[in-house]
Design a protein around this ligand. Structure first.
Ligand SMILES: NC(=O)C1=CN([C@@H]2O[C@H](COP(=O)(O)OP(=O)(O)OC[C@H]3O[C@@H](n4cnc5c(N)ncnc54)[C@H](O)[C@@H]3O)[C@@H](O)[C@H]2O)C=CC1
Ligand SMILES: [Mg+2]
Ligand SMILES: [Mg+2]
Ligand SMILES: [Mg+2]
Ligand SMILES: [Zn+2]
Length: 468
């Protein structure tokens, strides 16, 4: 410690923040390259380098930090993100940089994109029936093939980068790498055509719209189900492979720009795994349209006439909602019976047929907590590949307060004050055993991680009136 009582690490960090405020791009670049300070490190008020640069309008520093993958969604202890700070101080150049990453201030609302929500592929659905085109694409050198074994993605073992916690790298195979697998699978294989596109290192604002025939030259993406092939054979294709068998935490550790592609593939494969037979008559059903259809093989089956949704992949709408108390000062969170550690989250539930989103929110909240809800406001959605839900995120405004917990589904439900929630949301990172050990040190409750839509709903509520 020096005379100011700061450890050398803290001194580095303070210097890093000062350089961000001053626009010292060169020093910031050096520090990031040497890795002496973590890019999303915070000071005692929860401020990151990105926030300091946003405060003083240093758009070049902001761009550099964004290019190095900093987290734009971090909030300081006043519940502000870098975008809120830039908007408040009217630094438009900084806001433009943040908007390119899909991060905006609430004063300029845009659609919020959740983890699993961004998908860079053009699905190119009009080519799903063109078998010759698909065969040619499959064999193209630029084509990317993802392999799934019993819904577990084949990944490249990487060093766990603690700073980024994005440690699951999907392995990109070519047809050449996998030709022996194709031979072994024969004609009975499940091969999905996912679309055309490229992972762009610094672009997360959606694919460019198809304009000319040029997009035909973009890499094609396929997913192949290799469940019937031995794990040894799959792992011997290349060095350093592993199969991410349990879905979590792996599915939450994918590079954000690829998570949507993995979700698309996994949900479709889960449908094939569960719907092997025609749901109408129980006969065998053959895979068609590059994995997007299963056609019943029995002549005369009603599913062959007209439009039958049983032939197409399903996705289950789920409402997930943060309920705000009548005075606006508290929110309602619950603890599912199987939740890890001391986690509390938004209430959620499957939509039922013939129900609006608003009514599903009101019904599920009443069933699970006894609280009545009036106005419902849509926030954002999230495809969730377990196995194929679409989480519809809402804010709901309570018209009653008394809680009566449905003990069949929840262990507990409580009103939490803004301050309680802000503390866990913007506080120190959780101890590593917090998810598994109920006696782990740390706060009395915690929220799901940033990849979960529940986290983003809580954040949206906190940001509605940040302390500026
Ligand atoms: N990220 C988060 O913070 C949270 C996420 N969730 C997710 O939301 C989803 C729905 O939430 P729940 O509270 O479980 O729903 P829920 O409150 O409707 O209760 C679940 C029950 O609904 C029935 N159900 C009705 N339709 C179903 C369907 N299509 N698939 C499966 N079960 C169905 C089953 O009996 C099931 O046990 C789950 O997949 C869960 O993983 C739930 C709570 C928090
Ligand atoms: Mg529920
Ligand atoms: Mg339900
Ligand atoms: Mg329920
Ligand atoms: Zn049938």
């Amino acid at each position: 410690m020096d005379a100011d009582g700061l450890t050398p690490q803290k001194q580095f960090q303070e210097h890093f923040f000062t350089c961000a405020s001053r626009g010292d791009v060169k020093t910031i670049e050096d520090v990031l390259q040497q890795g002496t300070v973590k890019i999303d490190a915070t000071n005692d008020h929860g401020w990151t380098a990105l926030m300091f640069a946003a405060r003083t309008g240093q758009d070049k520093v902001v761009r550099l930090l964004l290019d190095h993958g900093c987290d734009t969604t971090v909030m300081n202890k006043s519940c502000q993100t870098a975008a809120d700070i830039a908007a408040f101080w009217n630094h438009t150049a900084v806001l433009t940089e943040l908007e390119k990453k899909g991060q905006t201030s609430d004063s300029q609302p845009q659609n919020f994109c959740n983890y699993f929500g961004y998908n860079p592929l053009d699905r190119y659905a009009h080519k799903r029936k063109d078998e010759q085109w698909l065969e040619e694409k499959l064999r193209d050198q630029s084509t990317v093939i993802l392999l799934f074994h019993d819904l577990g993605l084949v990944v490249t073992k990487g060093e766990k980068l603690a700073a980024q916690s994005r440690a699951t790298q999907p392995c990109h195979f070519t047809f050449k790498d996998t030709s022996a697998l194709f031979e072994e699978l024969g004609t009975e294989k499940i091969l999905l055509f996912l679309g055309l596109g490229r992972l762009q290192p610094d672009k997360t604002d959606g694919p460019s719209p198809p304009t000319s025939d040029k997009e035909e030259h973009l890499p094609a993406w396929f997913a192949l189900d290799v469940t019937s092939i031995s794990q040894e054979k799959i792992l011997s294709i290349k060095e350093g492979l592993e199969i991410a068998s349990s879905p979590f935490p792996g599915l939450f550790q994918l590079p954000e720009k690829e998570a949507g592609i993995v979700a698309q593939a996994r949900s479709l494969l889960a449908w094939h795994q569960r719907y092997k037979f025609c749901p109408t008559c129980g006969s065998a059903a053959a895979v068609e349209e590059a994995g997007y259809k299963r056609r019943c093989q029995k002549e005369g089956c009603p599913s062959l006439k007209g439009v039958h949704n049983t032939s197409y992949p399903r996705t289950d709408p789920v409402v997930i909602m943060l309920i705000v108390s009548q005075d606006g000062k508290k929110c309602l969170l619950g603890r599912g019976k199987r939740f890890p550690g001391r986690m509390y989250s938004c209430l959620a539930g499957f939509m039922e047929p013939g129900e609006t989103i608003e009514d599903a929110v009101r019904r599920e909240v009443y069933e699970e907590s006894g609280v009545r809800v009036g106005r419902v406001q849509y926030h954002s959605s999230q495809p969730f590949p377990l196995p194929a839900s679409l989480m519809i995120g809402c804010l709901g405004y309570a018209t009653s307060e008394t809680i009566s917990v449905d003990k069949e589904e929840l262990e507990d439900a409580q009103w939490f004050t803004r301050q309680q929630v802000a503390e866990v949301q913007t506080g120190a990172p959780l101890p590593t055993d917090a998810l598994t050990n109920p006696r782990a040190e740390g706060p009395s409750f915690f929220l799901p991680p940033a990849q979960a839509i529940a986290h983003q709903l809580v954040k949206a509520w906190l940001r509605m009136s940040p302390n500026l």
